[in-house]
Design a protein around this ligand. Structure first.
Ligand code: ATP
Ligand code: MG
Length: 244
């Protein structure tokens, strides 16, 4: 099939399938530091695609509306074609990452219960700045009611993921979500849900997410962490070559 590539991002290629659907292809590329550090980790794309498909299926089962339609089992996901709201929605259960820079009085991994929700404007040049809920409404990106619905959905997703992770002995630190509108204007959860977009730590405090790459800048430990995460969740990994 001849697919038209419409966008190549840092971690995925986006192809148009037809008027209302896209194919997201998960690449092996991994980046950190706003795209300044780059590497390729063989198997990473498949692991992130499988992890994302796993969570989107779980969310759909729980009644959360997402862009997910179908997964090929490897690196391609068929999704509903949306108009993405250029806002990253971050849900934080424990203090980490950019929150520590923004507000250094937090203790690292301080329990934030009830979770914090942050909104960032998606703009690489501005480094995705934190914005107020009012900024999003007053600039017309979404209505007040839509923003409430987005925040509610983000918290629902956070509860679902918290419960899944805790079943497997993992602590859910934080998560980044994207939302988009379909042709009827309905808001759906978009993009991906994987170790690239959430942080999760095991019993020993080890990260099973992209933090491993941010810290070590090495792909071996990252793949090991992603394989371990997938194994815990019962996701197929036997066709992925372990780094060592
Ligand atoms: N259902 C969807 N419909 C339309 N676009 C989508 C959908 N799901 C995800 N996207 C967009 O597809 C792109 C996926 O590529 P990738 O995640 O690699 O981008 P990126 O490098 O992170 O850049 P950015 O997210 O800033 O555009 C993102 O721009 C994302 O917003
Ligand atoms: Mg992205």
């Amino acid at each position: 099939m001849n697919l038209q590539l419409v966008y190549e991002g840092k971690s995925k290629r986006v192809y148009v399938k037809d008027e209302s659907t896209l194919i997201l292809e998960f690449k092996d590329d991994v980046t950190a530091g706003d795209g300044t550090v780059r590497a390729s980790a063989i198997g990473k794309g498949i692991l992130c695609a499988r992890t994302s498909a796993y969570f989107f299926k779980m969310l759909e089962i729980e009644g959360v509306r997402t862009h997910f339609i179908e997964f090929d089992g490897y690196r391609r996901m068929l999704v509903r074609r949306l108009s993405i709201v250029p806002i990253e929605v971050i849900v934080r259960n424990y203090a980490y990452g950019s929150l520590m820079k923004r507000m250094p009085l937090y203790r690292i991994l301080q329990n934030l219960d009830p979770p914090l929700i942050e909104f960032h404007y998606k703009d690489d040049v501005l480094h995705d700045p934190l914005v107020l809920p009012e900024d999003i409404v007053k600039t017309g990106l979404v209505t007040e009611n839509e923003l409430k619905a987005i925040a509610d959905t983000a918290l629902t997703i956070n509860r679902i993921l918290t419960s899944i992770f805790s079943k497997y002995g993992l602590r859910f630190v934080d998560l980044k979500l994207e939302f988009g509108r379909d042709s009827s204007g309905k808001l759906l959860v978009a993009d991906e849900i994987s170790g690239d977009t959430f942080r999760v730590i095991d019993e020993t405090g080890s990260h099973l997410d992209k933090e491993v790459f941010r810290k070590t800048r090495e792909t071996g430990p990252l793949l090991k962490a992603y394989i371990e995460l997938a194994k815990r969740l019962g996701i197929k990994v036997d066709d992925i070559a372990a780094p060592y």
